[in-house]
Design a protein around this ligand. Sequence first.
Ligand SMILES: [Ca+2]
Ligand SMILES: [Ca+2]
Ligand SMILES: [Ca+2]
Ligand SMILES: [Ca+2]
Length: 301
Amino acid sequence: MKLKTITGFFLAIFLVTLVLIVNAIVIDGDLTDWQSVSPIVTDNIGDSIPAYWPDIVSAYVTHDSENLFLRVDNAEPCWIPAYIWSNVTIRTNDGSLYLIQAFVEEERTVVRLTGATSLTDDCKDLSPPLYIYYDRCAMSLDQESIEFSVPLADLKNPTSIDLVFWTGMRIWEHYDRAPDTGFVSYAIIHKVQSTVDIDPDTLNLKSNGKWITGYITLPEGRNVEDVVLETVRLDGIAAEWSDIQDGVYMAKFDRAAVQGLTNEPDYEEETKFYELTLTIRGELIDGTPFEGTDTIRVIMK
Ligand SMILES: [Ca+2]
Ligand SMILES: [Ca+2]
Ligand SMILES: [Ca+2]
Ligand SMILES: [Ca+2]
């Protein structure tokens, strides 16, 4: 393989990875995938008892179609090196109570899902776990944060949850919780998976043109008339205008802006192709999000 080809190959990998990072949380200890998620709760520093106990600063929740993702940031690393844990008690919309306990130690990462007896009065349920997962939590490089996940199916696919984050183990005097009283709520809205066809199939960076078109088809039971133009984005680029033809929603995006997503290299090259996966997201008039992806081919020259 020639060096130039190898460079092009890695560039393509980088671009595809970039798209994936924007779309999904990966449990790997790298928190850059949480950039677009705001904390669901923030907590005072210095309110953990005793003072050396993990001191929650903020906590985050997000989800995809299969997983609930959680992240807790502490004020400082745990006093035990390379060790972090966090607990979350959850009440799902059917009234079920669950406790999620995530531990990262030097040799082991474990997430336990058990039942719980109370949402806000600490969790005192010591019953055997319903599920134990070994690949669903990770500690950040600064050892202050932990990210973890559980399958939504194991919570019986709730549509909303109430949460309390806390750091007690089985000694109830040792504690920090967030929020300090009550709980926070999170809606688990499932995105409508739409079919997206982006035109052109091949984007030549040297050719001109005004628009990139996304053809969006919604699944049965959803009407493209309900798509709100102002919410439609192609990897962050706003749709400028739209039309509906034969049940297909046609959104137009500025071609130059889309080409800006491709990071055209500045070296002189023979013709190069790579695949670029693009995601169109938007909302229906009732607030339901939809998204779909298509892969196009990019010609560098
Ligand atoms: Ca991550
Ligand atoms: Ca705190
Ligand atoms: Ca607190
Ligand atoms: Ca296409």
